[in-house]
Design a protein around this ligand. Structure first.
Ligand SMILES: [Zn+2]
Length: 328
């Protein structure tokens, strides 16, 4: 069974599962709705059942059994060593949930848990945009901002596995309060709500503007994706909203460049789909602010593995973690 794992990515609305090869290739995949309101034990049962069906459905290469290596990526503060979800924005009622143990008991196999952005960075560093570069710093821009640091393809975990909370790096010491307890965190400016707020600060919000028409006049329909389309239509306020968020992203990247001297930044997540609307202002600010850049700043590249990077990374994590613990 060497070289095969099940990767699982618990998102805000969907749980994605797949068989992952050491090469990063996905052999089979499926999705279930995230049971957001269910108890941890019920979530564990649902995930285990989906993983079991995956193996029974179309086992690749004639392998009949579920692989012994199982990895789960989940948003939030994840104690990787203990396999515990301390808190998660996707499962807001959870506190100190031993998810690895719960799913492991259902499947009769050890389960390796990690932060979903960490899983993304692991996959991108080993097989995606960061392949061949070290260290690689990765960020996922979505509802929140996640991140991770990989050196020689391995994640830098820190003492308890919490390293890489890049979204909660403060870039404005007296900025707005963040639910994490800090103020002026990067994700308040670069995440979904930050970009929408930057737009509403600048836009007249009246019929005739692209964003207004695309949203059908409903502010709640505003999203980075909609604003990116409005920016492509030529709406100035939408372009400026991405530029403002991009500059804040650049401030964060300059801090990271000074701290870590990375060879490459990889940017993924839904908001990264806006491409140069947000990445060009970020690159410019990074060049202006990073100490050692001399005009040659660290390259900032979009992620290469698409929406399944987290799933693949969870599988890769299980493959590297499982070797010492599982004999097959
Ligand atoms: Zn924060």
């Amino acid at each position: 069974m060497g070289g095969l794992a099940v990767g699982i990515d618990i998102g805000g609305t969907r749980v994605k599962l797949g068989w992952v090869e050491q090469s990063g290739r996905l052999l089979t995949r499926s999705e279930i709705a995230t049971p957001v309101t269910a108890t941890p034990a019920a979530v564990a049962r649902a995930i285990a059942a989906a993983a079991g069906q995956l193996s029974a459905g179309d086992p690749p290469g004639g392998s009949p059994a579920l692989p012994d290596r199982i990895g789960i990526g989940c948003a939030g503060l994840i104690d990787r060593r203990a396999g515990v979800v301390r808190t998660s924005p996707n499962l807001p009622t959870w506190r100190e949930v031993p998810l690895a143990e719960l799913v492991g008991r259902e499947l009769g196999r050890p389960v390796h848990l990690l932060n979903d952005a960490t899983a993304f960075v692991l996959a991108e560093a080993q097989l995606g945009a960061g392949r061949g570069s070290s260290p690689v710093v990765g960020l996922t821009l979505g509802t929140g901002v996640g991140g991770g640091i990989a050196a020689e393809g391995n994640i830098m975990g820190g003492a308890r596995g919490f390293a890489g909370e890049i979204g909660h790096m403060s870039i404005a010491h007296d900025g707005p309060p963040c639910p994490c307890g800090n103020r002026g965190c990067l994700e308040l400016y670069v995440g979904r709500r930050g970009i929408v707020a930057e737009y509403l600060r600048r836009a007249p919000w009246e019929p005739g503007t692209s964003a207004y028409e695309r949203a059908g006049g409903d502010r709640r329909a505003l999203s980075p994706r909609l604003l990116a389309a409005a920016a492509q239509d030529g709406e100035t306020a939408a372009r400026e909203a991405f530029a403002a968020s991009g500059r804040m992203l650049g401030v964060g990247l300059a801090n990271l460049a000074n701290l870590l001297d990375p060879q490459l930044f990889v940017i993924g997540g839904g908001i990264a789909q806006a491409g140069d609307l947000i990445l060009e202002p970020a690159r410019r600010t990074l060049r202006e602010r990073a100490m050692a850049s001399g005009g040659e700043a660290v390259p900032v590249r979009p992620a290469a593995l698409g929406v399944d990077a987290g799933l693949i990374g969870a599988g890769l994590h299980a493959l590297s973690s499982g070797a010492a613990e599982v004999s097959s």
